[in-house]
Structures are given as structure tokens and as C-alpha cells.
Design a protein around this ligand. Structure first.
Ligand code: PLP
Length: 357
């Protein structure tokens, strides 16, 4: 698509998203499998790619890592054993519509059920376009206000930055007005796929709500374009803490060089890598999932080769609603009386005397 004068307007980018088989045909040289997956009404959930993000993909290479994350394959209609629509049991921890209360001090508020682009491994695909609307905000805010134990509200979705700046500000104002809410967080993919959404006005608005964390969904080092770097700097310069979340994906980012480049690139942009997720067993995501042993090896490949600040915590979001469980390689491999046997990232062994009570 031609980069006309309105290319830098975020609403133009949204209006011109590639959403149909025809649109895809115009942009990519599709494989028969991609064409089949995009065929009439066959998909489990919508397809959408911003022109900005599509321009980062190789139109001729079906194995392009960014293309793999957004262009569907027939595999996504294949539910494998152990896969479910809601493996994390979020519906069970849903206390009012759009509010998940799993940990005593934190809630996840699903503020909106749409995104700028639709990741094919989406954890919440069951909710997308389900007509959640925003009327449920009222009940969610009342619940949070009535529970003084809640100190931290994670605003997620969908993608909350898809809301207009005024709507988003009104939500943040309501939450900030609750005395026991200390921390606000926004979970979003938008800075990576629609960096033009990070306007000066948005940054000016967000800075009124500190402490505020923006948790970026980052997938691949190629996402860190000059446009994205400018958007991240704008958020950072507004005093917003930036963290990242990455899902480990087969054929996309499941090798040491890619992950190192991504984590180093994020840190260079003042983003602290936060979580690296084993891909959730959502129905139709088996083709993305990697073995847990690989994830652990990749953490070893980061540890010792990049700044500690660039090493995220590797977690499995436990099926059944157990929450996020760290699964990084355990440094303690055994104990001999008072001596611990430790293993470092190179696989070398060391002792530590642990005789103290
Ligand atoms: C991930 C998550 C949180 C936040 O957990 P942190 O480990 O503090 O980032 C809160 N609620 C739910 C339901 C979550 O899935």
C-alpha cells in the first residue's frame, strides 16, 4: 500500500486495515494454505493488519516471522488435546462482566474487546468482538471501589489504546479516584503495530495518572523501527514505566539470536523485559507452541549474554487458573549436607555453603 500523506494518522491506519482475503491478495503473495484459512467465514476470530505493520512483512515469504503472527493458517481450526477456549480459567475468576480477580491485590479489567491487529495465538480470542462494549466499566469500577484490597488494576482487553484518548482518560480518572488503587497498568500491542497512536496528546494525558505502567506486547526485534522507537521514547519521557511481555512462538522468535536481539533492543529503548510466556494452550495454537525445555534453554542463552535487566521471567500461565508460575532453569540442582550444588547458565557446577540456620 502506498504511504500517502495520511499514513501517520492512527485512525487512517485503522480504517485501512487489511481484513479480507481480497485485501490480503493485494498485499501478499498468498500460499494455498493462507488462502484457505482466509476463505469465506472460516476463521475463529477476525483478521486485521495495519498497513504500517504489513509494510514490515515480506509479501513473498510466507515464513516471515511477523506475517506468521497475523496471517492465519488452517492449523488454527485444529484443536489439539489439552487445548481449550479458556485454559486459564478466567471465566471462573470473573467477578463482574469484564473483571478478573485472581490475585488478592490485583485485577485485570478487560476494558474493550477489540484490537488493532489480531494475533493468531491470542489468549482472549474467545472474547473478541463478543459485544462486551464499555457499559460494563460501571460495574467493574464499583467492584474495585468496594474492595480495598485491590491495589493494582491492569487494564487490558482487547487493546485499551484502541479507545479514544478522552474515553481512556475518563476510565483512568475513575480508577485514580479510588483511594486504595495505587498502580495502574495498561497492557497493549498498539505501540508495536500502530505506533502513530502514541500521539503527544496521548502521552500528555497518560502522564496525569502516575504511577502508570505500560506493558507492551513485543514479539520480534524487527518491530523496533524508528517509528516505534519514537513512540516508546514519547511514553518514557512522559514518565511512564515500560515493561514488555513476549510469547514464545515457533518459527517466530524461538531462537537465541532473535530473543537476544529483541530483549537487548527493548532495553536500549528503556523497556524492561518483564515476562516471557510459554504459549498458552488456546484452541488452535498448537502450531505456535514450543517445548518447555526449549524455553528454559533459551533463558540460559540469554542469561550471561545480555544484561540481567534484559532477561525476562519465563512463566507458564497455569491451566486451570493457577496464575503465572515461573519456570526458569533452577540454579539449585541438589544439596549435599550443608552444601548446595548450583548450576550456572553454561551448565557448569558450583558449590555454596549454606550452613546457617
Ligand atoms: C497476569 C495477571 C495479573 C498480573 O500479574 P503480575 O504477575 O502482577 O503481572 C493479574 N490478574 C490476572 C488475571 C492476570 O492474568
Amino acid at each position: 500500500m502506498e504511504q500517502g500523506s495520511r499514513w501517520r494518522e492512527w485512525r487512517w491506519q485503522l480504517r485501512h486495515r487489511i481484513r479480507t482475503l481480497d485485501g490480503m491478495e493485494r498485499h501478499f503473495r498468498l500460499t494455498p494454505e493462507e488462502r484457505e484459512a482466509l476463505g469465506a467465514a472460516s476463521g475463529r476470530f477476525p483478521v486485521a493488519i495495519t498497513p504500517y505493520y504489513a509494510a514490515l512483512m515480506d509479501p513473498d515469504d510466507p515464513r516471515d516471522p511477523l506475517r506468521r503472527t497475523l496471517v492465519p493458517l488452517p492449523d488454527e481450526r485444529l484443536a489439539r488435546p489439552g487445548e481449550e477456549e479458556d485454559p486459564l480459567g478466567e471465566e471462573r475468576d470473573r467477578v463482574v462482566p469484564g473483571l478478573i480477580h485472581r490475585y488478592p491485590d490485583r485485577v485485570a479489567l478487560l476494558a474493550i474487546d477489540r484490537c488493532a491487529t489480531y494475533c493468531r495465538y491470542c489468549t482472549r480470542s474467545r472474547l473478541l468482538g463478543g459485544g462486551l462494549g464499555t457499559r460494563h466499566w460501571e460495574g467493574a469500577i464499583d467492584y474495585i471501589a468496594a474492595h480495598p484490597g485491590i491495589r493494582d488494576v491492569l487494564i487490558t482487553g482487547g487493546d485499551p489504546l484502541l479507545l479514544g484518548t478522552g474515553r481512556l482518560a475518563s476510565l483512568l480518572e475513575r480508577l485514580r479516584a479510588i483511594p486504595h488503587v495505587e498502580l495502574l497498568r495498561i497492557g497493549t500491542k498498539i505501540p508495536m503495530v500502530l505506533p502513530m497512536r502514541i500521539t503527544k496528546k496521548l502521552a500528555r494525558t497518560l502522564r496525569r495518572f502516575h504511577p502508570l505502567v505500560v506493558s507492551l506486547h513485543a514479539t520480534h526485534p524487527r518491530e523496533l523501527t524508528p517509528e516505534v522507537e519514537r513512540a516508546l521514547a514519547r511514553l518514557m519521557d512522559a514518565g511512564i514505566m515500560l515493561g514488555s511481555q513476549t510469547v514464545l512462538l515457533r518459527g517466530v522468535n524461538d531462537d537465541a539470536d532473535t530473543l537476544r536481539a529483541l530483549m537487548r533492543g527493548l532495553l536500549r529503548n528503556r523497556v524492561r523485559p518483564y515476562y516471557l510466556y510459554q504459549c498458552d494452550p488456546i484452541a488452535g495454537t498448537g502450531h505456535f507452541r514450543t517445548p518447555v525445555a526449549l524455553a528454559r534453554n533459551l533463558i540460559d542463552a540469554l542469561r550471561g549474554h545480555v544484561s540481567g535487566y534484559a532477561v525476562p521471567t519465563l512463566v507458564i500461565d497455569a491451566p486451570g487458573g493457577g496464575g503465572k508460575i515461573p519456570i526458569a532453569p533452577d540454579g539449585i540442582v541438589g544439596r549435599d549436607g550443608d552444601r548446595l550444588l548450583l548450576r550456572n547458565h553454561q551448565g557448569r557446577f558450583f558449590h555454596y555453603d549454606d550452613a546457617l540456620e
